[in-house]
Design a protein around this ligand. Structure first.
Ligand SMILES: [Zn+2]
Length: 146
């Protein structure tokens, strides 16, 4: 829990996107939000694969769900100030579209399109995930030599 709430945090909370259960999921799967990442974000079910977790985390960025992003980060990768850095990034970019490029059991390569106040951009990442006792977690971005 944050011990303080800045005015900008208040505005930020109000910008949280309200997604409707019958809308198509923002992860681009083509499935209804409720049957896709919606249930995972709400805690009704767990991501069964690394890709499902990756997609639900993308939707959490879209929906500005910081808690979910912290919770699904691998305990070993939960650095101090993680929630704040996620929030900072969320304030700077608006996520538009996700493209999953390639998936293996524990890696997902994707391109996410976004727009900032000044220009559009693309975030290309190969994420590494780990399953701990049946639950998938985000470990981080793949680095050279992994
Ligand atoms: Zn989805």
């Amino acid at each position: 829990m944050d011990s303080f709430l800045l005015e900008s945090d208040f505005l930020f909370e109000n910008r949280k996107l309200q997604m409707k259960k019958n809308d198509k999921c923002p992860c681009g799967s083509g499935t209804k939000f409720n049957d896709c990442c919606g249930g995972i974000l709400a805690g009704h079910c767990k991501a069964k694969t690394a890709e499902e977790l990756m997609r639900s985390r993308y939707v959490a960025y879209v929906a500005k769900n910081v808690d979910y992003l912290v919770r699904t980060t691998h305990p070993n990768a939960r650095e101090e100030g993680l929630a704040d850095s996620i929030r900072k990034w969320m304030r700077q970019v608006e996520w538009l579209k996700l493209h999953v490029v390639a998936t293996t059991e524990d890696r997902v390569e994707f391109v996410a399109e976004y727009i900032t106040s000044t220009a559009p951009g693309r975030h290309h990442e190969c994420s590494v995930f780990q399953c701990l006792e049946g639950e998938w977690f985000y470990l981080g971005e793949e680095t050279e030599g992994d």
